[in-house]
Design a protein around this ligand. Structure first.
Ligand SMILES: C[S@@+](CC[C@H](N)C(=O)[O-])C[C@H]1O[C@@H](n2cnc3c(N)ncnc32)[C@H](O)[C@@H]1O
Length: 393
C-alpha cells in the first residue's frame, strides 16, 4: 500500500471507531479482511489510528471536526506533514482538501491548546495530580515506551542487554527499577528474539516493576497473586525471590498464558480456584485490581474515550469487594498489597482509607504513587500489614 492509501484506510477505520466500535476490534477485523496488506501496512495504519486516539481533541481542533477524515487531517498537521502530498485523490489516496478543510488549519493563536482527555475526567485527575496534571495529560497523548523486565532467575542485566543487541534490539537501563530496560531501537523484534523466547526478558512496564521491587518478599513465603490475569506481576515477583507462588483470577481464561510464561521464565506458579482458596492463608497477597487504567492510557488510547463515570463507579465497588475478600486470605502479621495502574484518588488513596476505616486490624506499611513519566506508566501500590492479636492488645 502507498503511504496515502494507508492514510485513507486509517480514515475509514477511525469512522468506525467514532461510531462506537472498539479500536482493537476494528483494527483486527480490518487486518483479517485485508489479506493484501503486509505487516508494514498493518503497523503503519495502527500507528495512525492510535496516534489520533492519543491526541483526538488536538487533532479535531486542527482538522476541523470529529470525522475520521478531519481527525487524520488534524493528526498530519500536528506531525508537520505536507497534506498536499497525501490528499491527492489519486489511486487509493484520500480526496484533495476542500476549502473548509484548508481553512481549519488557520488556528487562532489565542485559542488554548486542547487537553486530550474526556472532559468529565479532567476535574478528578486535576484533584489527584495537582501541578502534575499538565505533564501527565501531555505524556498520555504521546506514544508509550517499550519496556522490558530482565528475569534475574535466568540472567543478569548486562547479559540481557548484550543478547538483545546481538539481535538488533538496543535497550538502556531505566532508573525506575534495577530490572527495567527501555527499548530504544528494534522494539518490533522483541517478541521473536532469543532473549524473549528463552525467558531472559519479558515485556513489562517499568513502574510496575518498581512497585514489585518494594514488596517484602522472602524465600519460601506463600505468595498469592489474587488478580493474576496474564501473570505479569506474579512473574515479576518470582523473578526477584524464590518463594511459593499461587495465582488466581475470577476470569480463569485470563490465566491461560501463565503456565507457558512461567515455564519460559523457569519459575513455578500454581493456579488456584476460589474453591481451593477456602480456609487457606498466605504470607503475602497481591491484588492488582481491575481499574480505569488511566495511568496507561497512552498504551490503550481507545479506552480513555470509551470510559464513563458509570464504569468508574462500578470499578470502585469491585475494588472494595476484592479488598474485603483478600483481607481474609492474609495470615496475621502478613501483608496485603493493593495495586492499580490508575492515577485517580478514588481508586487509590481513598480506596485504602475506606478499607482501613472499616477494618481495624490493618496498618499501612508503605503507600506510593508513580506519576506517568517518560520511562513508566502511572501506578499506585499500598502495602498493608495485618496486625496480630498479640499486637492488638
Ligand atoms: C489489572 S488486571 C491484572 C493484571 C495482572 N496482574 C498482570 O500483571 O498481568 C485485573 C485482573 O483482575 C481480574 N478480576 C476482576 N474481578 C476480579 C475478582 N472479583 N476477583 C479476582 N480477580 C478479578 C480480571 O479478570 C483481571 O485479569
Amino acid at each position: 500500500m502507498t503511504p496515502a492509501a494507508r492514510v485513507q484506510t486509517a480514515i475509514e477505520l477511525l469512522d468506525e471507531i467514532q461510531a462506537g466500535a472498539p479500536a482493537e476490534k476494528v483494527l483486527t477485523g480490518w487486518a483479517r479482511r485485508s489479506r493484501f496488506a503486509g505487516s508494514k501496512d498493518r503497523a503503519a495504519i495502527r500507528d495512525h489510528v492510535f496516534d489520533v486516539l492519543r491526541q483526538k481533541n488536538s487533532a479535531a481542533q486542527l482538522g476541523g471536526g470529529q470525522s475520521g477524515r478531519a481527525l487524520m487531517i488534524g493528526l498530519l498537521r500536528l506531525q508537520g506533514i505536507d497534506l498536499e502530498t497525501v490528499f491527492t485523490g489519486a489511486n487509493y489516496a484520500p480526496a484533495a482538501l476542500n476549502d473548509a478543510e484548508t481553512d481549519a488549519a488557520r488556528v487562532n493563536p489565542n485559542r488554548p491548546s486542547a487537553i486530550d482527555l474526556p472532559d468529565w475526567i479532567v476535574p478528578p485527575m486535576q484533584a489527584a495530580l495537582g501541578d502534575e496534571f499538565g505533564e501527565t495529560a501531555r505524556l498520555l497523548a504521546q506514544r508509550a515506551p517499550v519496556c522490558l523486565r530482565v528475569n534475574l532467575q535466568k540472567t543478569g542485566v548486562s547479559s540481557a542487554v548484550s543478547a538483545l543487541a546481538d539481535e538488533g534490539i538496543s535497550a538502556r537501563a531505566s532508573a525506575l527499577s534495577p530490572t527495567a530496560l527501555i527499548v530504544e531501537e528494534g522494539a518490533r523484534s522483541v517478541a521473536g528474539s532469543g532473549a524473549y523466547r528463552d525467558g531472559w526478558v519479558e515485556l513489562q512496564d517499568a513502574a510496575s516493576q518498581s512497585a514489585m521491587d518494594l514488596l517484602p518478599l522472602e524465600p519460601d513465603m506463600r505468595v498469592l497473586d489474587y488478580c493474576a490475569g496474564g501473570g505479569g506481576k506474579t512473574l515479576a515477583m518470582a523473578g526477584r525471590v524464590k518463594a511459593r507462588y499461587f495465582a488466581h483470577d475470577a476470569n480463569a481464561a485470563r490465566l491461560s498464558d501463565l503456565p507457558e510464561r512461567a515455564a519460559r521464565a523457569g519459575v513455578d506458579v500454581k493456579i488456584v480456584t476460589q474453591q481451593q482458596l477456602r480456609s487457606q492463608t498466605f504470607d503475602l497477597v497481591l491484588c492488582d485490581v481491575p481499574c480505569s487504567g488511566s495511568g496507561t492510557w497512552r498504551r490503550t488510547p481507545g479506552a480513555k474515550w470509551r470510559f464513563s463515570p458509570d464504569d468508574l463507579a462500578e470499578l470502585i465497588e469491585v475494588q472494595a469487594e476484592i479488598l474485603d475478600k483478600v483481607a481474609m486470605l492474609v495470615r496475621p502479621g502478613g501483608n496485603l498489597v493493593y495495586a492499580t495502574c490508575s492515577v485517580l484518588q478514588s481508586e487509590n488513596e481513598e480506596q485504602i482509607a475506606q478499607f482501613l476505616q472499616a477494618q481495624n486490624d490493618w496498618r499501612i506499611v508503605n503507600q506510593k504513587r508513580w506519576p506517568v513519566q517518560a520511562d513508566g506508566d502511572g501506578f499506585f501500590c499500598a502495602i498493608l500489614q495485618k496486625i496480630t492479636k498479640f499486637e492488638a492488645f
